[in-house]
Design a protein around this ligand. Structure first.
Ligand code: HEM
Length: 462
């Protein structure tokens, strides 16, 4: 069963408590498998032109109520703070957004630990501070469907004035949904309470909807602060976009240096991610990959760390365990449920192969747009970057960093608990280099029209 069919089989319309018809589909609708798509970045030169684009766009953004709709393509839209300013939003609204969002991702480099080769000064042009105002993501069933929708989008853009298309980037992955390192991803996702979707085995308890949808009750029992006025904030969310270039060759070379054979390379890579390439998680497949398990959404996330306190099966340092420690005993306590994120990442560039070496890293552009959605997205990413990615104290690992996404200004280590003694592997480098990013607001459909119409501005021509 395809991922969307699987999702619609779990959808119970009578259990819906959210206003799905006002929430962008992309927030709750999974990526298809296989998937193709494009990210487009737009700069607003003149408010009226930008608002006109949003007004026309609003009719083409599907709502989350259409879980079961078979769509050839669908589009999501997000706007940066500088974008909202360029669109002419009133000061009272602009001030009601979180401070980190107002400052933008580049200005938060300190909090995000984006230093050295990840520093904003090194980013690609569309991500220079204040440049990317509107980001459009189009997903499509296949290349033909994508070409179709792109032709229509281009025609719309040609009709527009006062906006500039500053960058586009195609992405996609085959049916096995493998990322640049050859690993299936986007497996573990939080369940949003009130979305009407029944949980998958192992999906843990449903998370309060206000963690993802503005205006709803959060895990604290009340809604988080929301942009004002209500038609602008309600049913919206925030998204974090970080474009990574993957150094798959350096990663492969590192594994080769540490291993006697290919089996050992796969073992170390699985320990670093927490899953085997197929997606089979170490807690359920400790010794070898199990592709059938990896592809089975009813089994591949049905585990906890209850029987693995020492990390002998899945190391505490593994990417997956760091970013969602589930029931692990943490040295520095934290409420795991307020750091859950809906991931909507997309892979670009040539497929993974064991033969890729460091020399090819400079020639072949491959990587991942790491994108996630959360109503407290900026607090979450800054917490994750500081505590769970670029440090190890929370699991007694001192300064050891995430082996996949940590920034390693000097080569780091990766610890695999083994008996009788743990194995420490040296030579971990920055396998994913940051090429840019931005903090964005994902408006509801009402908010898109509100902005498009310039509803606050008596003089605006609708
Ligand atoms: C290029 C960069 C990245 C790669 C290649 C990558 C890869 C993966 C893979 C293979 C998994 C396991 C399968 C799954 O559940 O999806 C995973 C899980 C996850 N990753 Fe990443 N990831 C990247 C960046 C990030 C970043 C920057 C964050 C957070 C700031 C993050 C957060 C997570 C989370 C929360 C999970 C799920 C953990 C769970 O619930 O068990 N990832 N990632």
């Amino acid at each position: 069963m395809g991922i969307l069919q699987e999702l619609s089989a779990r959808f119970r319309p009578d259990k819906v408590k959210l206003q799905l018809n006002d929430i962008q589909a992309l927030i709750l609708r999974s990526r298809p498998e296989p998937y193709v798509g494009i990210h487009s970045m737009i700069h607003v030169d003149e408010a009226a032109g930008g608002r006109d684009l949003l007004r026309r766009l609003a009719d083409h953004i599907p709502a989350a109520s259409g879980w079961t709709d078979e769509l050839d393509s669908w589009t999501g839209v997000a706007i940066s703070y500088d974008g909202l300013k360029a669109l002419g939003l009133p000061e009272t609204s602009l001030e009601s957004f979180p401070l980190a969002f107002q400052q933008g991702m580049a200005a938060r480099a300190e909090q995000l630990r984006d230093f050295g080769e990840n520093a904003p000064e090194t980013w690609e042009d569309p991500y220079r501070p204040g440049t990317c105002h509107i980001a459009l993501t189009i997903y499509a069933r296949d290349d033909d469907a994508l070409d179709d929708v792109l032709a229509k989008a281009e025609a719309e853009l040609e009709k527009s004035t006062g906006i500039t298309l500053i960058g586009t980037h195609r992405f996609g992955a085959d049916e096995d949904a493998k990322n640049p390192f050859g690993f299936r991803d986007s497996i573990s996702q939080p369940l949003v309470d009130g979305s009407g979707v029944d949980p998958l085995p192992g999906q843990e308890r449903a998370i309060a909807p206000g963690e993802f949808i503005l205006g709803e009750n959060s895990e604290t029992g009340s809604p988080l602060a929301m942009p004002q006025p209500a038609p602008l904030g309600r049913n919206g969310s925030y998204t974090v976009l970080r474009k990574y270039q993957s150094r798959v060759g350096a990663f492969n070379d590192f594994l080769r240096e540490q291993s006697a054979d290919e089996g050992e390379q796969d073992y170390i890579a699985a320990k670093m991610f927490g899953r085997w390439q197929s997606g089979a998680p170490l807690p359920l497949a400790p010794d070898r990959d199990d592709p059938e398990l990896g592809a089975d959404s009813r089994r591949n996330n049905d585990f906890s760390y209850e029987d693995d306190h020492r990390g002998l099966v899945c190391p505490h340092a593994a990417h997956m365990r760091r970013l969602n420690p589930r029931d692990s005993q943490l040295t520095i306590l934290s409420d795991v449920n307020i750091h859950r994120i809906i991931r909507r990442s997309s892979t670009y560039g040539p497929k993974w192969s064991r033969d890729v070496t460091s020399e090819s890293d400079a020639q072949e552009d491959r990587g991942l747009f790491f994108i996630f959605i959360s109503a407290r997205a900026f607090d979450t990413i800054e917490f994750l970057q500081q505590e769970w990615i670029n440090r190890g104290n929370f699991v007694d690992l001192g300064e050891e960093r995430d082996p996949i996404v940590g920034l390693h200004q000097t080569p780091g280590t990766f610890t695999i608990p083994e008996t009788p003694v743990r194995r420490k592997i040296d030579g971990v480098t920055t396998f994913n280099r940051l090429r840019g990013g931005e903090y964005m607001f994902m408006p509801s459909l009402t908010a898109l029209r509100w902005i498009g119409d310039g509803a606050w501005d008596e003089g605006a021509s609708p």
